[in-house]
Design a protein around this ligand. Structure first.
Ligand code: PLP
Length: 393
């Protein structure tokens, strides 16, 4: 299953039925992406010129005015925030993260959208100004929060952060009327493919996507797209020169790899991809039900994306979702699954599964179930390979 490399290093490889988690490597790059990176690695090129050309091409492909490649969506948050703070003033670019001479030093954010990634905003030195609470936010709270110091409003568009937040269209209308840019973090919001241009068409100034998730690009890549003037400011922060973005620099390999990934993604037969996801989900549901699980199709994707998942309800099962996940992870081959927010049920994601891997997932889950049932009946385990999930506490 693993190539020689990971075996030599003693690092286990897994089948990913979970999601595009950074902790497990994001996604797998298709051959054309790997080939583009290898080709890029063979030459010296003027990096800023390459940045410009790749950015222009990604803008065209994603139907945006302009785009710039970053070392990921989190870096995109830092770079976009920094751009809104400094504009294209090269003197100010050198000041961050001190706020010396920087008037636009506040970023407005919904309290209900605060999450781990907003550290990427704060590391510019910007102060986060929260609006609303976990349950609700009012238009007047946004209006009151915006002032002469406001660099931008950052908005996380994900079903995870919808509850209590103002609709994006309202945020854009209010911020726009005050000349304040709206930055949308849409890191994992694909499919549908038209999300690549949806938020900027709605009027967002900048939108951020991760390259290493659904785009299947290099793990350390992403891009910021939107208005030319702000993207021009972003370019000063992407690390070709000294700036707060220098530790998040983008190499020529990532530039080439992300471009190949975006080219591939927009050219995909999205209906065929959708049918593939549905087929995988259908097969997993059928196989798992046969193995004694309460498995059903769930829609939409984990943070509101347009693809289905499999939900495995562990309510009646002889083991908990956490036990099942651990048994699958520790087994051979290792299988990674996601848990629901309440950690009661298991979610299987088709995004990174090949058909043959889905069969392995079914086989492994069947073995875990069989072992647990055998143990419950005080019979010896039926499959030596799969330990009972309840016997290894
Ligand atoms: C994954 C994610 C990021 C970070 O993306 P990277 O490309 O891994 O840096 C940022 N924001 C959100 C909402 C994400 O889901």
């Amino acid at each position: 299953m693993s190539g020689g490399l990971y075996e030599r290093l003693g690092v286990k490889t897994y089948i990913n039925a979970a999601d595009s988690y950074t902790m497990i490597g994001g996604s797998r790059m298709p051959p054309e992406v790997v080939a583009a990176m290898a080709e890029a690695s063979r030459h010296f090129v003027p990096l800023e010129e390459l940045h410009l050309r790749v950015g222009a091409r990604i803008a065209e492909l994603t139907r945006n005015e302009a785009a710039v490649v970053t070392s990921g969506a989190a870096a995109g948050l830092t770079v976009a925030t920094a751009a809104c703070m400094t504009g294209t003033d090269e003197k100010l670019v050198r000041k961050l993260p001190t706020l010396e001479g920087i008037e636009k030093c506040e970023v407005v954010i919904h309290r209900c959208q605060r999450n781990g990634f907003d550290m990427a905003i704060a590391q510019t030195g910007a102060r986060l100004v929260e609006i609303g609470d976990v349950e609700s936010t009012f238009a007047w709270q946004l209006e009151d929060a915006i002032g002469p110091r406001t660099a931008c409003v950052v908005y996380f568009t994900s079903s995870q952060y919808d509850r209590g937040a103002l609709p994006l269209a309202d945020v854009i209308r209010i911020a726009d009327a005050r000349g304040v840019p709206v930055v949308v973090d849409a890191a994992a919001q694909l499919p549908p493919v038209d999300n690549l241009w949806r938020y900027t068409r709605m009027g967002a100034s900048l939108v951020i996507f991760s390259g290493g998730k659904t785009l299947f690009g290099p793990q350390s890549s992403g891009f910021v797209a939107g208005r030319e003037a702000l993207v021009a400011a972003c370019r000063l922060h992407v690390g070709a020169r000294i700036s707060i973005g220098r530790p998040m620099k983008v190499g020529k390999e990532e530039l080439a790899g992300l471009l190949a990934a975006v080219e591939r993604y927009v050219a995909l037969d999205h209906e065929a991809v959708r049918a593939g996801h549905e087929a995988l989900v259908g097969r997993l549901c059928a196989g798992l039900r046969e193995a004694g699980y309460a498995a059903s199709r769930q829609y939409p994707g984990p943070t509101g994306q347009d693809y289905p998942l499999v939900r495995v309800d562990l309510g009646e099962a002889p083991f908990s979702a956490e036990r099942l996940a651990a048994a699958l992870r520790e087994g051979e081959p290792g299988v990674l699954v996601a848990l629901t927010w309440d950690r009661r049920d298991v979610l299987l994601n088709p995004l990174h599964l090949r058909e043959d891997e889905a069969e392995v997932v079914i086989t492994r889950m069947r073995a875990v179930m069989a072992d647990a049932l055998a143990e419950a009946a005080e019979l010896p385990g039926t499959t030596g390979a799969a330990r009972s999930p309840d016997s290894n506490s």
